[in-house]
Ligand binder design. Structure first.
Ligand code: DCP
Ligand code: MG
Length: 366
């Protein structure tokens, strides 16, 4: 099995999207609006546009980006509130603070929407579903707002899922349900399939992802150009895009504490491949963004003293993914004390491939 296939099966992604975000914040600030139809946006007599509206207003057909004048025609008792972007930004940060309690793998898409990769999160017994429920509960209790969540093995399905039971909903697509879920999924739910593409697909008899699966890669490319390959994968529920954080990583490491101390080096040699395997997999998810500059190991002995050892990868062309090299470092680190071991770790130091090169910057002023 290839690394990509394995990491695909292993990932746990949550997509969170706040419900009628600007409108919910305004209603929270002024609870007398709660049972009214409320829109946030420009005034109807000044050619304003609606940013969003609450679900009461949506019953009348009012929606985001609609002119306020048109909205008032559809819903004559609609209450207009002027947007307060600073306030929404503050609330958005408060929501993200709650995400931070679970992971630093957060990719915000807008003020009210983010992907979280909770694959490594150990809270809630590692259950992404329970994590999503806890996040929803904390947002409700601390911020008096509701958010909807989708849980899935990738970004594409997590985003579809967060919309599934909106508002104030949760939907989970477990890895074993992906096939069944995508088969009946309307193509209009695919991010990137707008009205025009959906109409073209309908003309070709394609209504669901299941219909799309019949098409060969070549035929999809012929009909949809460079989007064809992506469609081919999405129709099968495949999406390997990593959750991209703003934060620049300096290192990546993985470690394991053993229930029973490892008595000697042969016990260490036995455990090392699993840690190495996990490190390699995790690096695979960010390898398009980072290059490895150093490898290091960590050994914590039974008496809680610990030691680390690292070395430079001599040349960028040399693969760092070498178990013998990690074992050699591990042996040297262990021999510093030669005592039973409670924890082993392996890691790499990283260089951001997008980081501007200083020389290049200076040349601007030449
Ligand atoms: N927004 C905007 N203009 C748009 C769409 C959205 O200004 N055309 C703003 C207002 C929304 C916020 O962005 O509150 C989040 O956008 P969403 O698409 O998530 O919409 P809502 O959160 O309002 O509603 P939903 O419950 O459907 O998520
Ligand atoms: Mg929203």
């Amino acid at each position: 099995m290839s690394t990509t296939t394995e990491s695909r099966a292993l990932r746990k992604i949550i997509h969170i999207d706040a419900d009628s975000f600007y409108a919910s914040v305004e209603i929270r600030e002024n609870p007398s609006l709660a049972d009214k139809a409320v829109a946030v946006g420009g005034s109807p007599n000044k050619r304003g546009v609606i940013a969003t509206c609450n679900y009461n207003a949506r019953k009348f057909g009012v929606h985001s980006a609609m002119s306020s004048a048109r909205a008032l025609q559809l819903c004559p008792h609609l209450i207009f509130v002027k947007p307060r972007f600073e306030l929404y930004r503050t609330v958005s940060h408060q929501i993200q603070d709650i995400f931070q309690e679970y992971t630093d793998q957060i990719e915000p898409l807008s003020l009210d929407e983010a992907y979280l990769d909770v694959t490594e999160c150990r809270q809630c017994q590692g259950s992404a579903t329970l994590i999503a429920e806890e996040i929803r509960q904390k947002v409700r209790e601390r911020l008096n707002l509701t958010v909807s969540a989708g849980v899935a093995p990738n970004k594409f399905l997590a985003k579809v899922a967060s919309d599934w039971n909106k508002p104030d909903g949760l939907y989970v697509v477990r890895p074993q349900d992906v096939g069944r879920f995508v088969f009946q999924l309307p193509v209009s739910k695919i991010n990137g399939v707008g009205k025009v593409t959906a109409a073209k697909m309908e003309g070709l008899g394609i209504l669901t992802c299941g219909d799309l699966q019949v098409w060969t890669l070549a035929d999809l490319a012929l009909n949809f150009g460079s989007y064809g390959e992506r469609l081919y994968n999405l129709a099968r529920g495949i999406d390997d895009r990593p959750v991209k954080t703003d934060r620049i990583r300096k290192s990546l490491s993985t470690e394991h504490t053993y229930d029973k101390d490892l008595a000697d080096f042969s016990a260490i040699e036995e455990k090392a491949p699993a840690i190495f395997e996990e490190l390699t997999q995790r690096y695979g998810r960010i390898s398009d963004q980072y290059r490895v500059t150093k490898r290091f190991v960590k050994v914590k002995f039974a008496d809680f003293t610990q030691t680390t050892l690292e070395e430079i990868i001599p040349s960028p062309s040399e693969p760092w993914q070498s178990l013998p090299d990690f074992l050699r470092l591990m042996k040297a680190a262990w021999e510093r004390q030669s005592k039973p071991v409670r924890l082993l770790g392996m890691g790499v130091r990283l260089k951001d491939l997008n980081e501007p090169v200083v020389g290049e910057q200076l040349s601007l002023f030449d």
